[in-house]
Design a protein around this ligand. Structure first.
Ligand code: XLS
Ligand code: NI
Ligand code: NI
Length: 430
């Protein structure tokens, strides 16, 4: 096993241009506003394959013939070295990212726990914290027809056994959230699918997770991560609004929030800000996965963010909605497969953090200047007047409204939405 430092040529934490963790921005430090996390899977598990080609990264912990647990230890050493070099305060993982699958559920869960012990020591030494844990309920062949939504209840039970283990580990590691992403919770064809049953199964599964969370005293948030498709053609957790409807139907809208991913929002035909704002409006905003898609490609390319205006607008909406509590900004982002220098891992994350810090300073200007929100306030002002208040309080009927228009001779005049002026204003903050 090589020394952790040997993997990267960089040895000192990155020097940022904009990210100053202790700098105050809008009442909190930058570190508290942004709560950066690095994910385990894209950086340490994905070997660089695409549908036409294999491994490009040749990570030493993937070498054929190695002892899988030893490789998992090596991977953990390098992972914590990346977190230190990039200066990220949090990380995130799936059970299958961190430890090899065994012959039985029990063996697999024990492997995960053994690496969990390694994490506990490394976290204590480094001060790096866990933003969230999650279970991989999509890679293994047993999940090809879904986990909770599988036609076979034994698969449901297996998935439950995995989630119990990772939820408990997340709790022990003082993780701040637990995420459920349902990549296989959906269907390919209605010809073999009973949608009503599958929704009820998923509702039951989530209720079991909520019960267990309370039973073990986990205080973090449970988060569903919406995505419309990929790998499954129709995914039940399509977008924020769909997830809210699902939570409401199964009585969970007070128990579960959302982890919103930029690239998933795009795949659902929304902007990132739309999903963030919708979650705030519905009272279920939790956390974000920060990445970007490619305008030419219609799938989850999970690229590191580089669009300053888009990131600034996302942060503007997050902070206007109250900012993060238990949530944070997780880089669910991966290198392109030609970026094969180990140092690319450090620099991709560090540059993305710097971009987000710069975007935060822009969001600060937008908020301090107040012109954007002043326009929105003015636009809805009528609703604070007598007519608006009476309508919303439910004190007037359709009859009364019709009579009001006639008696008072109301003839409302349209006003400009000023979209171009507002768009120009946004670019001026950059
Ligand atoms: C996949 C998802 C996944 C979740 C965690 O598209 O983004 O990576 O974040 O399971
Ligand atoms: Ni994704
Ligand atoms: Ni994600």
């Amino acid at each position: 096993m090589s020394a952790p430092n040997a993997y990267f040529t960089l040895t000192e934490p990155h020097q940022f241009q904009y990210y100053q963790p202790q700098r105050m921005v809008l009442g909190k430090t930058m570190e508290q506003q942004l709560r950066f996390a690095i994910c385990y899977w894209h950086s340490f598990v994905w070997p660089g394959l695409d549908p036409f080609g294999g491994e490009t990264f040749m990570r030493p912990w993937h070498a054929a013939g190695g002892d899988p647990m030893e490789q998992a230890h090596h991977k953990a050493d390098v992972a914590f070295e990346l977190f230190r070099l990039a200066g990220a305060p949090f990380f995130t993982f799936h059970d299958r990212d961190i430890a090899p699958e065994g012959q039985t559920l029990r063996e697999s869960n024990l492997n995960v726990r053994r690496i969990g012990e390694v994490f506990a020591r490394k976290m204590a030494d480094s001060g790096i914290k866990l933003l969230w844990g999650t279970a991989n309920l999509f890679s293994n062949r047993r999940y090809m027809s879904g986990a909770a939504t599988n036609p076979d209840p034994e698969v449901f039970a297996y998935a439950a056994g995995q989630v119990k283990n990772v939820l408990e580990l997340t709790h022990e590691l003082k993780g701040e959230n637990y995420v459920l992403w349902g990549g296989r919770e959906g269907y390919e064809t209605l010809l073999n699918t009973h949608v009503g049953r599958e929704l009820d199964q998923l509702g039951r599964f989530l209720n079991l997770v909520v019960e267990h969370k309370h039973k073990i005293g986990f205080k973090g948030a449970l988060l569903i991560e919406p995505k419309p498709a990929e790998p499954t053609k129709h995914q039940y957790d399509y977008d924020v609004a769909t997830v809210y409807g699902f939570l409401k139907r199964y009585g969970l809208e007070k128990e579960v929030q959302v982890n919103i991913e930029q690239n998933h929002a795009l795949l659902a035909g929304h902007t990132f800000e739309h999903e963030i704002e919708m979650a705030h409006a519905l009272g279920i905003f939790g956390s974000i996965d920060m990445n970007r898609g490619d305008e030419m490609l219609g799938w989850d390319t999970d690229q590191f963010p580089n669009n300053l205006q888009q990131v600034a607008l996302a942060l503007y909406h997050i902070i206007r909605g109250g900012g993060f509590t238990s949530g944070g900004l997780n880089f669910d982002a991966k290198l392109r497969r030609q970026s094969i220098d180990p140092d690319d891992l450090v620099l991709a994350h560090a540059e993305a953090m710097d971009l987000c810090a710069r975007a935060l300073l822009i969001a600060e200007k937008m908020i301090a200047d107040d012109q954007l929100s002043a326009h929105v306030r003015a636009r809805y002002q009528g609703w604070d007047g007598e007519l608006g208040r009476e309508i919303l309080a439910g004190r007037v009927s359709l009859d009364q409204l019709a009579a009001t228009v006639e008696q008072q001779g109301l003839d409302p005049q349209p006003r400009s939405g000023r979209q171009e002026r507002l768009e120009a204003l946004v670019t001026r903050y950059l």
